[in-house]
Design a protein around this ligand. Structure first.
Ligand code: ATP
Length: 202
C-alpha cells in the first residue's frame, strides 16, 4: 500500500441513514486517521431485492446525517450511474482520482462477511483495505465476526460500541406510527416526517 493520505469509502443504501451509520463514520475517521471519508449512497444495489426510496430523498437524508462529521463528503456518483451499482467500479474511479491515497473501504461486519459474493472481490481487496466494524444483532451483543474468508492483512478493525439499529427497523417503526427520534439524527427525523416517507412497509 502507498503511504499517501488515507481516503475512507463508506457505501450504503442509507434508506434512511441512522445513528449507527454516523457513529461508524466518526469512529472510522478518528481511528483510521482519514483525511476524507466519501459517503456513497448506492444506486440499485444488486444484492438488495427491495426497491429503494428515491435517490433524491436518500441523498438529502445522507447530507443531513453526515453533516455532523467534518471529514465526510457525500458523493452521489453511484446514484447517477445507470444500472446496478458495483463497488469495484467506484473504487477504480477513486483510485484514478486519488492516485497517491490509501483507500479504506468501511463496512459493517455483515457486509465484510459477504464480501466474497461481491463482483470482483479480489480486485476490491487489491485496491482497498477493509475497515470492519462489529455489528450487533438485535437480540444479542456484537458477535465476533467471521474473518475466515478474508485474506490476512486485507482488513483492519474499527471499534464501535454495539448499536443494534438498522434501517429496516426504522422503516418498520415509522409504518407502525412509532417514534424514531432515538435512532436517527434530528434532521433525518424531520425529513422523513416532512416527506411522509416509510408510511407503508414494502
Ligand atoms: P437495511 O436494514 O435496510 O438493510 P442497514 O441498516 O444495514 O439497512 P445500510 O445502508 O445497508 O444500512 O448499511 C450501510 C453500511 O453500514 C453497511 O456496511 C452496514 O454493515 C453498516 N451498518 C449499518 N448498521 C450498522 C450497525 N448498527 N452497526 C455497524 N454497522 C452498521
Amino acid at each position: 500500500m502507498t503511504a499517501g493520505p488515507r481516503l475512507g469509502i463508506f457505501g450504503g443504501s442509507f434508506d434512511p441513514p441512522h445513528l449507527a451509520h454516523v457513529a461508524l463514520a466518526r469512529a472510522a475517521v478518528e481511528q483510521l486517521g482519514l483525511a476524507m471519508l466519501r459517503v456513497l449512497p448506492t444506486g440499485q444495489a444488486w444484492h438488495k431485492a427491495r426497491a429503494l426510496t428515491g435517490a433524491e430523498h436518500r441523498l438529502a437524508m445522507a447530507r443531513e446525517a453526515f453533516a455532523a462529521v467534518p471529514q465526510a463528503v457525500v458523493d452521489d456518483r453511484e446514484l447517477r450511474r445507470s444500472g446496478p451499482t458495483y463497488t469495484i467500479d467506484t473504487l477504480r474511479e477513486l483510485r484514478a482520482e486519488h492516485p497517491q491515497a490509501q483507500l479504506l473501504l468501511v463496512v459493517g461486519a455483515d457486509q465484510a462477511e459477504a464480501l466474497h459474493t461481491w463482483r470482483d472481490s479480489a480486485g476490491i481487496l487489491q485496491l482497498a483495505t477493509l475497515a470492519v466494524a462489529a455489528r450487533a444483532r438485535p437480540d444479542a451483543g456484537a458477535p465476533p465476526f467471521d474473518t475466515s474468508r478474508l485474506p490476512p492483512g486485507a482488513w483492519t478493525a474499527v471499534e464501535l460500541p454495539p448499536m443494534p439499529v438498522s434501517a429496516t427497523e426504522i422503516r418498520t417503526r415509522v409504518a407502525a406510527g412509532q417514534g424514531i427520534g432515538h435512532l436517527v439524527p434530528p434532521g433525518v427525523a424531520r425529513y422523513i416526517d416532512l416527506h411522509s416517507l416509510y408510511r407503508t412497509t414494502g
